[in-house]
Design a protein around this ligand. Sequence first.
Ligand code: HEM
Length: 73
Amino acid sequence: MILGFQLNALIIIYAGIFTFALLVFQMLVGLRKIKFKGRMHMRVHKWGAWALVVAAALHGFMGMVLYNGWRIG
Ligand code: HEM
């Protein structure tokens, strides 16, 4: 439970699918299958990397909270 909200497995599965979609996007940008003009390209890749870190951390954290039965807040 996080701030009174009860997590369930489905939410975490959706977060995992979202994280995976970001990973695929990041790889496609890195491989230049998806292109952005000029300096935008590396900027999108750089911020994509941070978004991935945040999404993966949240996904993992929610999994730990649910399966360890932690109460946050
Ligand atoms: C999980 C997938 C990936 C992540 C998390 C990731 C993350 C990053 C990060 C954090 C940087 C540094 C950005 C900066 O300079 O501030 C970077 C640079 C770069 N990435 Fe990726 N990347 C991924 C996949 C790829 C792939 C598949 C390719 C291409 C094969 C690629 C090509 C590059 C290139 C060319 C740079 C610029 C290197 C430079 O000249 O500084 N990336 N990537």
